[in-house]
Design a protein. Sequence first.
Length: 448
Amino acid sequence: AKQWYQRRVRGAQYISWIVSFLVAYSDYAELTLIALIIPYLRCEWNLTPAFEATITISIFVVYAISAMLCGKLADIFGRRTVMSVTTLLLIIAAGGAALAPNKYLFLFWRSLTGLCVGANFSTIVVYSTEFCPNAYRTYGPVIAIMGSYFSMFTVNLFGYFVLNDIGWRWLIIIITIPVVPAFILLILFPESPRYLVVSGQQERANAAIKTMAWLNRVELPEKLSIYCHQESAELGSYAVLWKTKEYKVPTIALAVMYFANILIETGVLVFLPLAFISTFCGETGKAPKRDRCATLSQDDLLMLSVSALGSLVGCAAAFFITGWFGRLKPLRVSSGVQVAIMALLFVCFGEFYLFGVATLIKIINAIVVMIIWIIIPETFATIIRSTATGVINSSGKCGAVVGTAAVILFFYVSPILVVCVFVAASLLTFGMSFVLTKETRDTILADT
């Protein structure tokens, strides 16, 4: 009973989870936002298809670069340090985009947004995981992903009330509000104790643990001794990540799977608004008619909001499934089911059919993505955990570039071609799930 009590999560863990939720909220909020407002920008600024693609893809390109670089920086300078800077920049970028007088300044501010979001999401999963006892470590990535998926729902919901009334500029401001308390909490909350230990900062590690003890109302021994068996010189080393067989295969497999699933997730996110405002369901297999100033109706926005709830359902389901059956079996089964569900997009029998299939896709895709994010921090050592997370997250945003480009460039040529891309990505995920052979549920973070 004493051991159970000591392993309980309390104040410090709750705060880390709140920070995780708020920081991760901005990730899919920004991605959902651009999918919603592109039809309005197209009409207001007379955008060409090429510039539409540039605005949409730029955030993903910068995101991918930022995720890889800032993952390494978070291993060298600290998780909290990197996120504090990028969260402040994210607030500034949102204000700039909302006030942008033309498409070029809007593109600049959205690119800066991508830089900040890429750094934050790669780091927050690691940060929140490292605050928890091993028995509760899955809560960190689960709550972060739930924050992201919750933002998909709320942005669509806010769009329902805001877009056709007061405009897209106010929508940008509204969805940035949760980032403000996240920045304040990051300033007040300590650095990850695990990071401080492996980086050799013993005094700061002691102070961080004492702060956690105070928040958790736990008394520490008078003489607190912390040591680490890992070499701090290897912090953020790509060599350790790529040249160590133990890490090389999982890194490649997880990166490919995340690439494929974010391709699907982002592609479907952009695909649905276009499908709702076009003749996709009425003329399946034919090139839909393009109306430059066509916008989403209130019914369309409502269906997008409700379908986004599917991601939250999938996220919660993954949390319980991985607790009962481990990581690998649920990953293989869910990725196989995803292939079958994606194939349903080859036909469309009306908007409600499209809404139902989209909801199923969001549920199963969220399960796969959530399992991947649970596996990532359990696989890598503390000295390279953020670096590995950044590499894998960067591959995901490369997938977002491909998925978005496929939809924007080919939807009005042949939507079936876009669906083929989605199905191919789901098949790739299913195949790569068998490359992973190590069950990580019982891995101890200190040992890895």
